[in-house]
Ligand binder design. Sequence first.
Ligand code: SF4
Length: 200
Amino acid sequence: MADILYEYGNAVYANLTNQCCCRCTFCIRNTGDGLGSARTLWHEKEPGWPEVKDAVDRFDFAGFRELVFCGYGEPTCALELLLQTAAYMKALYPHMKLRLNTNGLGNLVSKKDIVPLLAPHIDSVSVSLNAPDSEAYDKLCRPDFDNAFAAVLDFAEKALRQIGQVKFSVVDVISEDQIEACRKLANDMGIPLRVRACGS
Ligand code: SF4
């Protein structure tokens, strides 16, 4: 059975779903089954609320200050579960900060603006920018949607206004020139950019 909660670095991570609307060429899911303390992050069956609640109830959060929604899938593809889990965590552990790591396509997945739903529960958001323009994005991330890159920027802009703490990330599989172009785009939007090593 896949780990629903696992430790990675200084945080606890929540692996709510294996669904994703991208097929990124660099996706860590292509290179291994587990990460951090997780033996495997592949669910035999997508978890529901009873399984996630049970995992939260059993987990020892002592010493941890952050829970990150990030696993082997895109958390906003399991939006209801994400919201329910976040609300439960906030009720049980008000001191814990909740971060969403997302590909930024949740509004397209849900066909509505989900940022107002996230804002009451989520403290910070890390959005995978991945590329400086739509063409490069489509090539690298192979999204299920047309105009996905514009949707990522729109999501980040809405999250910045309604949640406040937003970061972009790119993976160092792209060229220095592309990273610089991403940095400029992020700067222009007033959002910090983190360049992360592939697989981290
Ligand atoms: S969005 Fe994340 S989980 Fe989905 S394919 Fe890309 S890297 Fe993998």
